[in-house]
Design a protein around this ligand. Structure first.
Ligand code: BMA
Length: 867
């Protein structure tokens, strides 16, 4: 088998002459997308700037032609030849020497077309015609016997549900409508006389999991060999990795034309276990010492298969994973048990990392996922309106121990169920299941995002529920669920998010006691943050609250100076209906109104962090009743006001810093409910811990208004411990005149750690903080001196970091440090400064940075400075 990549030296132009394209054909190399190339060639402006998106809508409505000439020699023409593409977005018609050899029509499938007898010796012309998915969608919908509604947003490409491409490409409530097209993988010419290995699948089972001596696992490997011949082929299988004796099997296998499955089963002795980040014995030790896991790489085992002149490689891991979805006295649970240990899922929802797919670089994937685990999270949900992610994403999750909740790519809508659509989805599901199922990080397959609920959203489906419900079931259970059950029977099939579980058909939209829940009433229904305490969920797979990005990010899309939040550009960069108003209205609910638009950006991030902290503090305190909170959403695919915790430029919003604290494996949580103040010590470790709690009551000058409350206790392993409770009426009366500052000291043989939390019993706007006059000292130090619990981006290019000592004259709340467009992460942010105490913060720049620039750029905000 021979491969020849044909990514280079293409040219791009519209398929038919267009007035809008006044350029020579544009040279390009794949992988790329058409918009990105048109931007590079200055044919279109940056779609993320101002309202340029509207000026580039035509790109997705055109057909585009890419042309190339490829040279093929005689030896390549021996045997049979194929052209293969892993990621074609979406309608790509392929011509070689003007003969059509194939049409790709589903972005989520992988394609291989035979080109034997079409390819000739010497130069061959090859053409790719990218046909507008928008036009395909419109014509498919027009020819469909009845309307199939789906949710749409302000700038929208119609009928996205008719085309199998990332649904958010058509515009979402956080993302632009670009209807991207392109090829995001290699384009490969392959030659073989024998056949292909399409997939390798494995099944790992512990044989004697409880033996204290030798732990044996059975490993079954199924190779899918797509044969072009009848006869015997050479087959070889090798497994190697940490701590095991390498295994090698050689054989001759008889195959027939078409698909052959070759199964081999053997035993693996004492492989090292795969762990969820933060749960391995080494991580437990490290957390006891520093409060943080080690972020080690998981042991992975390399499986190589060679068959009929092809080879195929993948990594596998050894772990058991169970999804516990059982009826109990309160409803139906949902949680993951990995290596017999129940895991509280702390994490985020993931959307495609860029609306311009050419910008989806491995570096950015790595940065976002690294940021996820550094904020003490262990789970990510690949949301159904995006894409089955690139290999790199799952490889990284395998390596670092992140659990993946994997949706199938259907979201917020109803879908067609004609034969062609169902067949296409069946092939898509088969491909993605076989491609992804052996990643140890994959925890669950979920049929879609909110489609079960969506049946109740549209007039058509409300009126004719039977029709749309049957259609829903045909696609979801009849095709997707059917394939999951056939191809990956050991993993749970979760029909929809949210739902109560397999084979449950109730509308779970508002149920908080069964399965997973999306809780949107704080935001879409504008309820107060306290509403998070009115539900008792088992697993929240979505909830979110918006903020604006930081000023440096806002400046990437507007040249307006100073900015004004009701300027049309600022409103255009907000896609959630009424979103800016919700944020501004909540300023008036909780805060004194900020004195400038810049301060509003800051306060919006404080507000977002507070909203989500309120939810997470409470839901974590319900463990093990509640076992998951997945925040909507980690990332942005363009610069925009949104629910993300990391903005488009990669800057951590205040929420991400706050999440690092409220998701920490040992954490302190304070809230008030039912007229009581409650303090919880959360311990996710497997050991009981000795701890001391100190609660102080300060006025806004920084004086204590009464004696501290002190208490020693034991934080029971793997639980949420109520460590203090008091009726509100027994606390000092004038709630607006003081704040509560709590500290929990945890003492272990490995070290001592402190966790603090600040709590107001009154709305912030009713209190009178003094001006804090925050000052700081800064020193630059070699990176080797960075305390080990701080280490963030190991990939930093900087040889130094900055150590800041901050002080304040009066208590300062929600202190935020910002460095404009300088890339890097602070060790902490959004903290309280108590006068007389010094807070040490580290900043690790991504690249070399001069201390003068650091000091000059550093912008410090706190609550009092916002008004
Ligand atoms: C959720 C998601 C997305 C959406 C978000 C915010 O329900 O599934 O569709 O972006 O709400 O509205």
């Amino acid at each position: 088998m021979k491969h020849k990549k044909i990514n280079k030296n293409w040219t791009l132009m519209p398929e038919k002459a267009s007035e809008r394209f006044n350029s020579e054909p544009i040279p390009l190399n794949f992988p790329t997308d058409i918009h990105s190339e048109l931007i590079k060639a200055s044919v279109i402006p940056d779609p993320f700037f101002e309202k340029n998106e509207l000026a580039v809508l035509w790109v997705g409505q055109e057909n585009w032609l890419c042309t190339n000439t490829i040279f093929v020699d005689n030896t390549f023409l021996k045997g049979r030849q194929f052209i293969s593409i892993e990621q074609a977005d979406t309608y790509v018609r392929i011509f070689i020497n003007d003969i059509e050899v194939g049409l790709c029509d589903n972005f989520f499938k992988s394609w291989r077309f035979e080109v034997t007898d079409v390819l000739k010796q010497g130069n061959n012309t090859i053409k790719l015609v990218f046909e507008s998915a928008e036009n395909h969608a419109i014509s498919l919908a027009n020819n469909y016997p009845y309307p199939v509604p789906c949710s749409i947003y302000d700038v929208v490409s119609p009928h996205r549900n008719f085309v199998r491409k990332p649904q958010c490409h058509a515009g979402w409530d956080w993302g632009p409508n670009l209807m991207a097209m392109g090829i995001y993988s290699d384009i490969v010419l392959e030659k073989t006389a024998i056949g292909f290995i399409d997939y390798i699948e494995t099944n790992t089972m512990p044989v004697n999991p409880h033996s204290s001596e030798e732990k044996e696992w059975s490993l079954e490997v199924t190779s899918h060999f797509n044969s072009l011949i009848h006869g015997n082929i050479n087959f070889q299988l090798m497994l190697s990795g940490p701590g095991i004796e390498s295994i090698s099997i050689k054989d001759k296998v008889n195959v027939g034309i078409g698909l052959n499955t070759i199964k081999k089963q053997f035993k693996v002795k004492n492989p090292e276990l795969w762990y969820v980040v933060g749960t391995s014995p080494q991580d437990e030790e490290a957390i006891l010492k520093t409060g943080r896991p080690l972020f080690l790489d998981n042991p992975l085992y390399k499986l190589e298969v060679k068959a009929g002149g092809n080879s195929f490689e993948k990594n596998i891991g050894f772990r058991t994973l169970e999804v516990v979805n059982e009826e109990d006295k309160d409803g139906i649970s949902l949680y993951f048990k990995v290596n017999d240990r129940p895991i509280f899922s702390k994490g985020m929802n993931w959307i495609p990392i860029d609306a311009l797919p050419a910008r989806q670089t491995e570096k950015r994937y790595e940065y976002l996922l690294e940021s996820l685990i550094h904020a003490n999270m262990n789970t990510i949900r690949v949301w159904g309106g995006g894409m089955y992610e690139k290999d790199f994403f799952y490889d990284y999750c395998d390596k670092k121990g992140i659990l993946v909740w994997q949706d199938f790519m259907f979201a917020c809508g109803l879908y067609p169920t004609d034969k062609a659509f169902l067949n296409s989805v069946r092939e898509e599901a088969q491909h993605q299941i076989l491609r992804l199922k052996d990643h140890p990080s994959i925890a669950l397959w979920c049929g879609n995002n909110e489609n079960l609920g969506a049946i109740t959203w549209y007039p058509e489906s409300i009126e004719n529920r039977d029709l749309y419900l049957i259609d829903y079931d045909r696609l979801n259970e009849g095709v997707i669920g059917d394939e999951v059950k056939k191809l990956d029977p050991n993993r749970i099939w979760w029909p929809s998010s949210p739902c109560a579980g397999p084979d449950r058909f109730e509308n779970n939209w508002t149920n908080d006691n069964m399965g997973d829940m999306h809780y949107w009433e704080v935001w879409h229904q504008k309820k107060s943050f306290d509403a998070y305490l009115d539900i008792k969920p088992r697993f929240v797979s979505e909830f979110g609250y918006q903020s604006f990005p930081s000023l440096s990010t806002v400046k990437t899309y507007t040249s307006e100076n100073p900015i004004n939040l009701t300027h049309p550009v600022m409103e255009f960069h907000q896609r959630s209906p009424g979103g800016n108003s919700i944020m501004l209205e909540n300023f008036t609910r909780y805060f004194r109104f900020p004195k400038s638009s810049e301060k509003m950006l800051y306060l919006s991030q404080v507000q977002q962090a507070l909203a989500i902290r309120t939810a997470c503090d409470y839901w974590r305190s319900l463990k093990p009743y509640c076992m998951g909170s997945l925040i909507w959403q980690l990332n942005d695919n363009c610069p925009v006001a949104s629910w993300s915790s990391i903005d488009y430029t990669g800057k951590w919003k205040m929420l991400h810093y706050e999440a690092k604290k409220f998701f920490s494996p040992i954490a302190l949580s304070i809230y008030s409910k039912d007229n009581k103040l409650l303090v919880f010590g959360i311990n996710d470790l497997q050991k009981n811990l000795n701890a001391k709690l100190n609660i102080s009551f300060y006025d806004f000058k920084g004086n204590k208004i009464q004696d501290d409350i002190e208490k020693s206790f034991s934080l029971i392993a793997d639980s949420a411990n109520e460590i203090f409770s008091s009726a509100l009426e027994t606390l000092p009366k004038q709630f607006s005149e003081y704040f509560i500052y709590a500290n929990m000291e945890v003492n272990t043989e490995q070290g001592k750690q402190n966790f603090d939390a600040t709590y107001f019993l009154s709305e912030y706007k009713k209190t009178n903080p003094e001006k804090a006059d925050i000052c700081f000292n800064c020193v630059e130090k070699p990176i080797s001196e960075l305390p080990e619990e701080i280490a963030l981006s190991k990939g930093t290019k900087s040889a130094t970091f900055f150590q800041l000592e901050l002080k304040a004259k009066a208590p300062a709340f929600f202190v935020s440090l910002d460095l404009a467009a300088i890339e890097g992460v602070f060790s902490d942010n959004l903290f309280t400064l108590i006068p007389g105490e010094t807070k040490t913060i580290y900043f690790i720049p991504e690249k070399k940075l001069h201390i003068q620039r650091f000091e000059k750029t550093l912008q410090i905000e706190d609550l009092r400075s916002s008004y």
